[in-house]
Structure formats: C-alpha cells, structure tokens
Design a protein around this ligand. Structure first.
Ligand SMILES: [Cu+2]
Length: 152
C-alpha cells in the first residue's frame, strides 16, 4: 500500500517519532482518496432494470474506437456490446462511471441509463501500444429538442 508508506515518510520528516495525532487522519484521508480514484472519483454508472431499448456495438482496435461518436437520447436504456479486434483494450467513460476491460473474443456488455444530456469522452483504459492515446471518442446524450410549436 503506497499510501501508508507515504504517510510514514511524512511522519518521520515532521520530526515527531511515535504518536503524531495527525498521522491516522492522514492515512485515512489518503486511503479514501485512493479508493475514490480507483472507483472513478466515486461516480457510479447509472443503471436501469428490464431490457435495454438501445443496443450498440463498439469495436476497439489498434488504434481507434469505432464508431468514435455515439448519440443516445436522454432516458434511453443503453446496452453497449464492446469487442476487441486484436489485443486487450478497455472502455473507459469516466463521466458515466464506466471502466471495463475488453478481451479479444470476449465482448464486454455494459449497460447504463442515459441520464444527463452532454458529451462524455470515451478512451481506452488499457495501455495497448504506441497508438493507445489515439483511442478516443465520445458518447453524446442528447436532450429534448427545443420547443418549436407556436401557441397563439
Ligand atoms: Cu487500447
């Protein structure tokens, strides 16, 4: 556990040997920060019950996410079927709390409820080679169309 080692260094460097009242607190804070980082800053994937109403296939390959632009309407119960054409990749959509490894020959099924309209960047979460950083895209949750009806 890195966090604990770092806290220990802080303790020694501060000149307090033994009981420094801030140490347990620092450790707890660091552990919490680590957990939050690991879980995507505490964001949870918005889920739904019942069958999806929008099923989309995504292909991850060296070095692209295809399609790189996906639009779903607000309120859609989305299922993504993500497969890899070559090596192991991973689909990360931090804004939706999604981070899922994708192995070749074993598509990952990811479900989320399209809740808040906006642009959600996608990227590869597995260091897969020199073009890794090019594996990007976005999911757009579209809102209701602006009202055009004229009421007289
Ligand atoms: Cu990748």
């Amino acid at each position: 556990m890195n966090g604990f080692r770092i806290s220990w260094r802080v303790e020694k460097g501060s000149g307090f040997h033994g009981k420094w009242p801030g140490v347990w607190w620092a450790k707890a804070a660091f552990a919490t920060a680590l957990m939050l980082t690991a879980s995507g800053c505490g964001r949870k994937t918005p889920t739904y019950s019942g069958p999806p109403d929008t099923v989309l296939s995504i292909l991850m390959k060296k070095w692209a996410i295809v399609p790189s632009h996906i639009e779903v309407p607000q309120g859609a119960k989305v299922e993504l079927i993500v497969s890899s054409a070559d090596v192991e990749h991973g689909l990360a959509v931090p804004g939706l709390g999604i981070r899922e490894p994708v192995q070749r020959g074993k598509p990952a099924v990811i479900r989320f409820l399209a809740q808040t309209p906006g642009v959600y960047p996608m990227r590869c979460s597995v260091l897969c080679g020199r073009g890794h950083d090019r594996m990007k895209g976005e999911i757009v949750i579209t809102g209701p169309p602006p009202a055009t009806a004229v009421h007289k």
